[in-house]
Design a protein around this ligand. Sequence first.
Ligand SMILES: [Zn+2]
Length: 598
Amino acid sequence: MNSMTFLLAQNVSSEFLLDPIKPMFLFVTALLASAIVSKLVSDIHKCGLPSHKWHAILIGGLTAGLFAGIFIPTFWISWPTQIIFTVGPILLYWKTRNAAVPEKQKFVIGGDKVRAFFKKRGTSKSLAGAQLAFKDANKKDRPNPAKSDPILPAFQAADALLGNALHKRASRVDLVVKPDAVSAAITVDGIRSKADSATPEITTAMIDFLKGLAALDVKEKRKRQSGSFFVINEEVVIPVSISIAGSSAGQQLRIDFDRARTMTRTIPQVGFLPSQEKTVQSIMDPMSRGGVVLLAAAPGQGLTSSALAMLSGHDAFTAAVKTLEKNLIHRLDGVDHQVWTSAQGGVDYSTHLQSIIRRSPDVVYVEDAAEVGVGKLIAAPNNNEIRFYVAMPVDGVAAAITEWVKSVGDVKLAAGPLRLVIAQKLCRKLCLACRVGYQPSPDQAKKLGIAAGKQVELFKGSGKVQTKNKIIDCPMCNGTGYVGQIIISEVFVVDDEARVFLAKGDLKSAYNSSRLRHKLPGMQESALLRVRDGTTSLEEAIRILSPAASKSAAPAAAGDKPTSTTPPAAGKPAAGKSAPAPSAAKPASPPNKPKASQ
Ligand SMILES: [Zn+2]
């Protein structure tokens, strides 16, 4: 062993003495790699990954690489070996990190995030103190104004409002400007909160500035106008859509950041539980097309995003996929999106839908079934070769079916083509960097269907992290404890037996028989499965399941409402102690263990 080391050392010395260039390669490689590793070390904790393990892997790789470089005698073997040892752990970290962080934080080759990561902040700002830079509707740069420019206050107000909203990861900003007051609100992970705003005069000037960017008519203060522009925040270009309308009460402005981002999901990305996803995929088979799928969610609960994901499940090259929408948010490749507006020369919604159906499409997404005649048209027996996805802006399976029956106007006709009902809510995901684990109390464990005596770790949001003996707001979630949202859903299969019950108007029996046979989790069970797998907290599950969470609670439906879609009787949603009551109807067996969250 000793002689071996001696031999290696001999080789090293001779190689190093003969050629000083080769050691330089080893040295520079090690230096570059340590610069990257030292950057990554500070990134590990922020992403909620185990620091000790990753320190060991990254620094271990660096050291092993250096040793290989020095001790392997032939340079053309030693240098590549050093690179493999050094770069391997970095690539592994990259892959693990991207799987752990939300979409926006991911490192992509050549991506803006990577460039920003290695660049000092604020280098490209043309105005000192500005957080953002703006690009107009045509993506042309709009230079930030100089100090003497009269537009400066309006620009600064826009910079502050949008910059702060983006810093807090807001998806949306709402403004109401009255002659004497401005109210501003931001929405972060579906939760709306108040935001700071400037005076009415400055805010009005700011709105004109934004309208100018979006190429809208600045003088028009009444009619609804929509447009888009771009902001650059921390080197990332973000599309911004704005919609503005005025009345005697003042102007109303809605700003959405990167709206299309959540609109390009595929079915696996929607966030179904494995058993639900399997059921949803099974109706995508081109051989068994036809039938009506109801998609139900209260406003603001991600309905459009899921509807587009369903459409993307059909191959747009072999199937003619069409939509009839009132609010077009995003166009999918290969899908014929048609927009209906009330001003369309007197053609009503159902007439427009009729003309779409006449062209024998394979798949049609109908955004509004409440319009007169729409339900009847869809349920007509001669349309049974067409798959319809019908949006229902209501909460829960029972409410969706009730609305559907109302739209068709005949319970037997309505039951005929029904195949699936998918109801969903949005639920905040725990921030992986600052969530804290705890053992559920015996009472909580029982309600979550955890066997007595079994050790299970649940998580709750803290919003705090420790750095150098100081407790600070978590930088990943800005102290909210949550990052991003996932859907919690209930997939209800309308099979032949359920259809017979439905046709008789017996919603309860239809519901119970289907759940017993297909063993798919109900809404409450789905939420609790996401608590068990650590995706979300018990508090969040209770919040979304309590009636107050969605303003449009289940409408007063016909008497037969399945009991288990009723939200739990949690008295005070905020009090963490009150866990949801177990499902009242118990057709399904105890929940299967869900796989790790996607
Ligand atoms: Zn956090």
